[in-house]
Design a protein around this ligand. Structure first.
Ligand code: G
Ligand code: G
Ligand code: NA
Ligand code: MN
Length: 254
């Protein structure tokens, strides 16, 4: 109850911050995007990660407020970086199922893009595969509207939910992100290597781009290169960092 009270206060006072994690092309190592990850500036516990409060925010009707703040902050930040001559790459924002199902979510996103002056091709959204399992017609309409707007969609945490492969073909999607639990024990765990291989091939066959998350080691990166995985994200490239630090990281790129 106290946590709920504090979270309501945080929403009013916008006591959140975004960290950014780079996404690189596996073949070249070049920066191809940033994922925005929200943190709560908790008055007693310091910086708190999303796993500790997104669920509460969802059940208390606060997630759309937080999501709106995240979207606005990420779009403004990216526009500022582009204007400053930093790499013109997109920013990816996570949308919870509740946000995705909001009435006129695409209209809201379009409005934030207009207000921030960020072109739609520089915003991406990440949804979990569970979103795709329900309300097929509504989901299709929302994804089609995002595609028309020019905002790319990634299926996050792929393989961890109830994976029906059929929906990947049914919907307009751009990327599949292999969950880090499958990447973690590669290349040693043969079963995980088989899973990552299958997801990369599935993506290629469906003309989607594949992203591996949780890439920590050179051996993992080498495996992904062999498999032809398109993009990688993980501590091996960079941890998620506050804006000031990721800006310095980008400025240090060749
Ligand atoms: O930042 P961290 O690696 O702890 O993120 C944990 C999970 O929280 C990730 O699965 C990520 O998708 C989710 N997450 C991070 N930022 C946001 C956000 O702004 N909104 C929502 N809905 N989920 C987020
Ligand atoms: O899927 P999701 O959007 O939740 O993924 C982002 C989460 O994964 C964040 O919590 C981020 O801190 C975490 N993360 C990102 N890269 C790595 C990594 O290389 N190793 C581990 N263990 N966690 C990572
Ligand atoms: Na994500
Ligand atoms: Mn994920």
């Amino acid at each position: 109850l106290r946590q709920e009270h504090l979270l309501r206060e945080a929403v009013e006072q916008q006591s959140f911050e975004l960290h950014y994690q780079p996404q690189v092309e596996v073949a070249s190592g070049r920066l191809r995007g940033l994922e925005a990850l929200v943190r709560w500036q908790h008055p007693e516990q310091g910086l708190v990660g999303p796993d500790a409060f997104i669920g509460l925010a969802e059940s208390r009707g606060l997630i759309t407020h937080i999501g709106r703040w995240v979207l606005r902050r990420a779009c403004r930040q990216m526009r500022t970086w582009h204007d400053a001559g930093l790499p013109r790459v997109p920013v990816a924002v996570n949308l919870s199922a509740i946000e995705f199902r909001q009435r006129d979510v695409v209209g809201d996103i379009a409005q934030v893009l207009r207000e921030s002056g960020l072109a739609p091709q520089f915003l991406e959204v990440e949804i979990t595969e569970s979103v795709l399992m329900h309300d097929v017609e509504g989901t299709r309409a929302t994804l089609a509207a995002l595609q028309t707007l020019g905002v790319a969609v990634t299926v996050d945490d792929f393989g961890t939910g109830y994976s029906s492969l059929a929906y990947l073909k049914r919907y307009p999607l751009d990327k599949i992100k292999v969950d880090r639990s499958f990447v973690m024990d590669t290349p040693n765990d043969a079963g995980d290597v088989a899973i990552v291989t299958a997801v990369v091939q599935l993506a290629r066959g469906l003309q989607l781009r594949s992203v591996a998350e949780g890439v920590e080691t050179d051996e993992q990166m080498a495996l992904l290169r062999r498999l032809g995985c398109d993009l990688a994200q993980g501590f091996g490239v960079s941890r998620p960092l506050p804006a000031v630090q990721i800006q310095a990281w980008m400025q240090s790129l060749p």
